[in-house]
Design a binder for this molecule. Structure first.
Ligand SMILES: Cc1ncc(COP(=O)(O)O)c(C=O)c1O
Length: 379
């Protein structure tokens, strides 16, 4: 019987946030809400949506669905190049930024090589590294934030990659400029620093690390961004990476030729132009964040202040005001919230991550949380 290599069988599969339809079927409920995957609750820009529809109905469009997409992504790369002041050959497009993590690993890591990353952080990094027989070296967060010094201490002669999610998923914390610059000064040449900025547009802190500066300085750095979050196009799968031309050139060899589809490229182009939608999305996120903070404070629940569109809520020992809470920890609370039709993300055994939704969704979550806590306390 065919078997994969051990390093593949040992991978624990990625479990995506539960789809709404699946939950409703399982529990026989309606009107449930999903606050589990950090999507923009407003959806995409209306301008981007119109572009998709126009695209679909215009029969002589070069984007017609019977045609392969533009494998080079000419127009969207040109728009990104103008917006970010980088050259087009310094940009690579991915089927979501997720694909670019994979491509980067396959391009630069050999079996046995090490990649340093934080824990908990985006689960795809260790999976991608394990998939090619590399060794993920996971360094615990410090104060819920990447401990860049401890991560740098973990670098060995076998280290080829260094992942930083900034902001971090699931904690929503950022690394600031001073510590980031210190790290880059410390890291030897020949290690690719992958800075995953999927939530870049949400960050408000003026001290947020400036990864682009290090790209402009010619360092071994790959910056990943996406149209899945604030641009509201998660379902179409498109993200991009920025790096020196030689890095992009090598990665492009392993990129499937038509990895981003024509609707995604066109929608991204228009989404990028619609700055009003981005501003409005930020406003809705800030309002929702304020509301959730107030409600969590009044429940005495501890959480980590976020620079993104989700909040990491602590249920365990870090949250002393709570009675021996939520029997079953994060999993227990997750299941109770499900019964009220609210899908969040349990993380580890004692934390949940909740995406900031529309005002009515946030209210639903808080109501369900209150009911779940009452049940838990009286159990
Ligand atoms: C930190 C981080 N990086 C990357 C991604 C993947 O995003 P994409 O949809 O662009 O593949 C996510 C998605 O949740 C994320 O949280």
């Amino acid at each position: 019987m065919i078997k994969p290599p051990d390093y593949v069988s040992e991978i624990r599969p990625y479990i995506p946030g539960k789809p709404i339809e699946e939950l409703e079927r399982e529990l026989d409920i309606k009107d449930s809400i999903k606050l589990a995957s950090n999507e923009n609750p407003l959806g995409p820009s209306p301008v981007a949506l119109k572009a998709i529809v126009d695209n679909l109905i215009s029969s002589n469009s070069s984007n017609s669905l019977n045609r392969y997409p533009d494998g080079s992504g000419y127009y969207i790369k040109r728009a990104l190049s103008d917006k970010l002041s980088v050259r087009e050959d310094e940009i690579i497009l991915g089927n979501g930024s997720n694909e670019l993590i994979d491509i980067a690993v396959r391009t630069f890591l050999e079996p046995g090589d090490e990649a340093v990353m934080a824990h908990p952080s985006f689960i795809v990094y260790p999976m991608a590294v394990q998939a090619i027989g590399g060794r993920p070296v996971q360094i615990p967060l410090k104060h819920y934030t990447h401990d860049l010094e401890a991560m740098a201490d973990a670098v060995t002669s076998k280290t080829r990659m260094f992942f930083i999610a900034n902001p971090n998923n699931p904690t929503g914390t950022i690394n600031k400029r001073v510590e980031f610059d210190r790290l880059l000064n410390r890291l030897p040449d020949g290690i690719l620093v992958v800075v995953d900025e999927a939530y870049y547009e949400y960050v408000a802190d003026p001290e947020y690390a400036d990864s682009m500066k290090h790209f402009r300085d010619g360092r071994d750095i790959l910056i990943l961004r996406t149209f899945s979050k604030i641009y509201g196009l998660a379902g179409l799968r498109i993200g991009y990476g920025i790096a020196r031309q030689d890095i992009i050139f090598e990665m492009n060899k392993l990129r499937p030729p038509f990895n981003t589809n024509s609707l995604a490229q066109n929608a991204a182009l228009w989404a990028l132009k619609d700055e009003d939608h981005v501003r409005y999305s930020l406003e809705i996120n800030e309002q929702g964040k304020g509301y959730l903070y107030r409600e969590l404070d009044s429940l005495g629940l501890k959480y980590i202040p976020t620079e993104a569109n989700f909040i990491y809520i602590l249920l365990g020992q870090d949250n002393p005001p709570l009675p021996p809470l939520i029997k079953g920890g994060a999993g227990g609370l997750y299941n109770k919230l499900l019964r009220y039709g609210v899908i969040v993300r349990p993380v580890g055994s004692e934390e949940i991550r909740v995406t900031i939704g529309l005002p009515e969704e946030n209210k639903r979550f808080i109501e369900a949380l209150k009911k779940s806590l009452v049940i838990s306390h009286s159990q």
